[in-house]
Design a protein around this ligand. Structure first.
Ligand code: UDX
Length: 434
């Protein structure tokens, strides 16, 4: 099939490359000429494991191409995906849908269809109705089938998530649209039947409910971690103990410095707004948003306590800046709140991250960036692990101990064993462990 992907950001690019890999012919469109030029030269705008190879091989097979010209791309397409950004709107926390609506208008200006118009961007309930209205208003004689098909891709694991999904949610009541969507995902339905058809509004809500539920799960275990610290219990054992009950499930029970990233913070806030607008306040989600924000700021206290009550005049080494490993994404990363709070209290911060430094430079001030983990810890008064990159798990801890001025380690991801760290002579603090 021929597909056009509007938006060559994270979701558009990964989805486009994966659809091409399924054998479809995909044109990825973006208004950013620099990005398109780079992609044509095989340079990825984001860091995502495996993406460069996937793009390269599908470009070579002529199934995947990049352009800034939507009018050319849309001509023979059977389906066009809208995969543009929906950032939080300044001021009120609603999702900003202006890019989605602009894409819809442009589609109708350039093609009368018949065309299946698929919203991949994360959009609040009812957006599909508005997209349909814009299409009809712009071109009353056009034939369009508007479908909701949210993505559930994790950064750092996006290609695997696309190709081996737990489910694919498709929101439409139209038979033709169902047929086209089934055909697009046919390579997946051969193995398992992961396609779930539902109404468009329901599909839109599934995406938000899924992300909010995961945010609740993380925030719950984070609070249990605080309680563990107060009563002398171990949160990792608690997580194992409750997670083996398959009604609860073992995933997303890693206590840490609070969730960040481009999705959870934005989507939970947007869902809260939807609830308020519908006069159905989502009090659990509201609380989760507040608790998580507080937590990210509060992590600095842990460091201050481990440093004996003050960080003034001290150098704190921070390992890991991105909101999670295997990405260069710094959006809403816990490191941002933590580092700013430590600086406010008089600390100098030296940091290292395998991929996040470029983005961090635009978001943080007065941070010294080290070229590797060992240079980062050299002469520091404390080491704080903020992101659990595998490389940090494998550090030579004897060398780290020799390099640190004080053997203080605050491990916000529990990547080291407390007994081992103690045996090595560190003053070690984890999350939710005695
Ligand atoms: C998330 C969803 O998982 C994905 O389905 C959706 O499409 C987009 O949002 P992503 O933001 O890439 O994906 O990251 P994810 O792996 O879900 O982690 C989000 C945040 O939660 C990170 O800051 C991570 O460190 C934190 N987290 C996750 C925890 O603190 N503990 C956990 O157990 C899991």
């Amino acid at each position: 099939m021929r597909i056009t992907m509007i938006g060559s950001g994270y979701v558009g690019l990964v989805s486009g490359a994966c659809f091409a890999d399924f054998g479809h012919t995909v044109t990825c469109v973006d208004k950013d000429a620099g990005k398109i030029e780079a992609l044509r030269n095989g340079v990825m705008p984001i860091f995502e494991p495996g993406l460069d190879d996937l793009v390269e091989s599908n470009v070579a097979e002529q199934r995947l191409s990049f352009t800034t010209d939507l009018s050319e791309a849309i001509q023979d397409a059977e389906a066009v995906f809208i995969a543009v950004g929906t950032p939080s709107r300044r001021g009120d926390g609603h999702a900003d849908l202006s890019y989605v609506y602009a894409a819809a208008k442009e589609i109708a200006e350039l093609s009368a269809g018949p065309l299946v118009v698929v919203t991949k961007s994360t959009v609040p309930v009812g957006t599909g109705d508005e997209v349909e209205r814009i299409l009809r208003e712009t071109r009353p004689d056009g034939t369009y089938y508007v479908v909701s098909n949210p993505e559930f891709l994790r950064e750092g694991a996006a290609i695997g998530d696309f190709k081996r999904p737990d489910r694919i949610v498709i929101g439409t009541d139209d038979a033709h649209a169902r047929e086209v969507m089934s055909e697009l995902y046919r390579p997946l339905s051969l193995n398992t039947p992961p396609l779930m058809f539902t109404g468009r509004r329901t599909s839109e809500l599934i995406k938000y409910a899924a992300n909010a539920f995961l945010a609740v799960k993380i925030t719950f275990i984070n609070e249990i971690a605080d309680l563990c610290e107060a009563v002398g219990a171990d949160v990792q054992e608690v997580a194992r103990g409750i997670g083996s009950d398959n009604r609860i499930g073992s995933k997303f029970l890693n206590a840490g410095p609070g969730y960040g990233g481009s999705c959870f913070p934005k989507d939970t806030t947007a869902l809260v707004k939807t609830g308020q607008d519908a006069a159905v306040p989502l009090r659990i989600v509201e609380t989760v948003v507040a608790v998580n924000d507080q937590r990210k700021r509060g992590m600095a206290r842990k460091v201050v306590t481990a440093c004996g009550g003050s960080v003034r005049g001290k150098t704190i080494a921070v390992l890991g800046l991105t909101f999670k490993p295997n990405t260069d994404d710094m959006r809403d990363a816990p490191s941002l709140a933590l580092i700013t709070a430590l600086q406010d209290q008089g600390a100098a911060v030296r940091a290292y991250d395998p991929e996040g430094v470029e983005q961090a430079k635009g978001m943080l001030r007065d941070v010294e960036y080290a070229p590797n983990a060992y240079d980062c810890v050299e002469g520091a008064d404390a080491l704080v692990i903020v992101t659990e990159w595998d490389a940090f798990r494998a550090l030579d801890l004897s060398r780290v101990k020799r390099l640190l001025k004080e053997p203080v380690v605050v491990d916000l991801r529990n990547i080291y064993r407390a007994d081992d760290m103690k045996r090595r002579g560190f003053n070690y603090v984890g999350i939710g462990r005695p």
